[in-house]
Design a binder for this molecule. Structure first.
Ligand SMILES: NC(=O)C1=CN([C@@H]2O[C@H](COP(=O)(O)OP(=O)(O)OC[C@H]3O[C@@H](n4cnc5c(N)ncnc54)[C@H](O)[C@@H]3O)[C@@H](O)[C@H]2O)C=CC1
Ligand SMILES: O=C(O)[C@@H](O)CS(=O)(=O)O
Ligand SMILES: [Zn+2]
Length: 435
């Protein structure tokens, strides 16, 4: 039986891409030309915010004081888990050297990116966990300056819990500015900030597009736009848990796809019936977000075998991938494209999103085909070096001179020739590329 769509989505991540691109490009160009004043104008227009943008120490302290002690403890726990996971990842990236031939030594060195700009989304929800994920990771990597930037609420500024998380995790500066103007401020070094050498963090389609356009003049972690999630479920899965998990991620926004891939028609039908009821039970604006996401972006696919389910999942290349099926080790070995994998009913995307440790800033819209999520490695440059004795350089010089001539690059060849002549006076070398 071929793959069957029990629910097919009318829209996909690409649906409004060209309109978003044009809007974002114009805003970036205007802010680059107009500087701080233009960025402030956009903050007024999009976020109806007139307050100060670069938070002072007193403003940060006052915001932190508003965060209840219980919530601080939860943020502390999440920070501790994310930090320790980031430290583990850092330990896997080591400096190394190898003597490729006697006297010719080559190596790799790891250097943190100097300045990081961390975007913390805050339009619809207060993404406290995103502040933890980005700022902590940049700090563990060893960046020397970290800016956290997040949208202010009219008349209030950044949500206090985001400010608490950003300062706990080690942000040097906190900028109350959202969307494209926030990304532009960190990249162009507005408001006295050092220009970011890398931008990290998730955001809506405007934020993701700004990072994509700016990539090149500044590094980016990845395209981490509207959240998407896929659940792989077999006959043994609990339909109520599957439906709840799908709704949990559809609430992100009207354009957050959720997908179910299963080999059990009855399970799929129970989930399709239950999801709208669970959505109806959500508070606003979550209900409208999830209802639109389910209507326009969600898909339910029926497959014959678990191999076909895995192949289907790899084609979606979801940001979050949950397996509620027998034999988790088989899935761990087989699956190839995902941002983060949640094996078994006992874990769930919510844990990874908020507190369990592995980073929640993850590739969306199929980017998991070519990259994983945010890690210390995104904030670190793996650079190489080499050093040689005169004797050791001889074989490489001869080969390089001949390869250069073969390529027609006489200038390159002569940089090798001059060394051979200097280090081995009176010796003859055949440095032509002819037979
Ligand atoms: N991929 C990942 O790892 C994660 C992704 N997310 C995603 O982050 C996003 C958060 O989105 P939001 O709540 O909107 O917060 P946001 O902070 O990303 O965006 C809010 C900003 O969007 C700008 N904006 C709004 N309407 C605009 C318009 N018409 N033109 C230009 N700019 C406009 C405003 O300046 C505002 O400050 C969601 O899509 C969510 O799924 C959240 C967490 C993790
Ligand atoms: O896309 C994501 O990673 C989000 O789901 C994370 S959070 O729910 O916004 O914390
Ligand atoms: Zn989430």
């Amino acid at each position: 039986m071929p793959r069957q769509y029990l629910k097919k989505a009318p829209l996909s991540a690409a649906s409004d891409a060209s309109e978003t691109h044009a809007t974002v490009r114009t805003i970036l160009e205007e802010i680059e030309a107009g500087g701080d004043a233009k960025a402030l104008e956009y903050a007024r227009r999009f976020d109806r915010y007139e307050g100060s943008v670069l938070m002072s120490e007193q403003e940060i302290e006052a915001a932190c004081a508003q965060v209840p002690a219980k919530l601080r403890r939860d943020i502390d726990l999440a920070h501790d888990n994310v930090r320790r996971f980031a430290e583990l990842q850092k330990s896997t990236l080591t400096e190394a050297e190898i003597e490729l031939s006697p006297g010719y030594v080559t190596g790799q060195k790891v250097i943190p990116v100097a300045t990081a700009g961390c975007y913390v989304p805050g339009g619809r929800y207060s993404h406290v966990a995103s502040a933890i994920m980005t700022v902590t990771t940049a700090r563990v990597a060893g960046c020397s300056h970290v800016t956290a930037c997040s949208p202010p609420r009219p008349g209030q500024g950044i949500a206090p819990a985001i400010v608490y998380a950003a300062q706990l995790c080690g942000a040097d500066r906190i900028l109350a500015m959202g969307g494209v103007q926030g990304v532009a401020a960190m990249t162009f070094g507005l408001f006295g900030l050092p220009p970011a050498h890398i931008l990290a963090g998730p955001g809506n389609q405007f934020v993701a597009e700004a990072k994509r356009i700016l990539f090149g003049r500044v590094g980016i972690d990845m395209i981490a736009g509207p959240t998407d999630s896929l659940v792989l479920a077999d006959t043994g899965a609990d339909a109520e848990v599957v439906a709840t998990d799908l709704v949990s991620q559809a609430e992100h926004g009207y354009n957050s796809p959720v997908w179910l891939v299963t080999d059990d028609r009855a399970l799929a039908e129970r989930v399709i019936a239950r999801v709208p009821e669970l959505i109806e039970d959500l508070p606003q604006p979550n209900r409208d977000n999830a209802a639109a996401a389910w209507r326009d972006y969600a898909e339910v696919v029926l497959c014959d075998t678990r191999e076909e389910m895995a192949a289907c999942s790899d084609e979606y290349a979801p940001e979050h991938l949950t397996v509620q099926a027998a034999d988790p080790d088989w899935w761990l070995g087989r699956l190839r494209c995902y941002g983060s994998l949640f094996l078994g009913e006992e874990t769930t995307v919510t844990y990874g999103d908020k507190a369990s440790g592995p980073n929640h800033v993850l590739p969306t819209s199929g980017a998991a085909r070519y990259t994983g999520g945010l890690s210390v490695h995104k904030f670190m440059k793996v650079v190489t070096w080499q050093r040689a004795s005169r004797e050791a350089s001889r074989a490489v010089a001869e080969a390089s001179a001949r390869i250069s001539r073969l390529e027609g690059m006489e200038g390159h060849a002569r940089a090798a020739d001059i060394r051979l002549a200097k280090y081995f006076p009176g010796r003859n070398f055949d440095l032509s590329c002819d037979e």
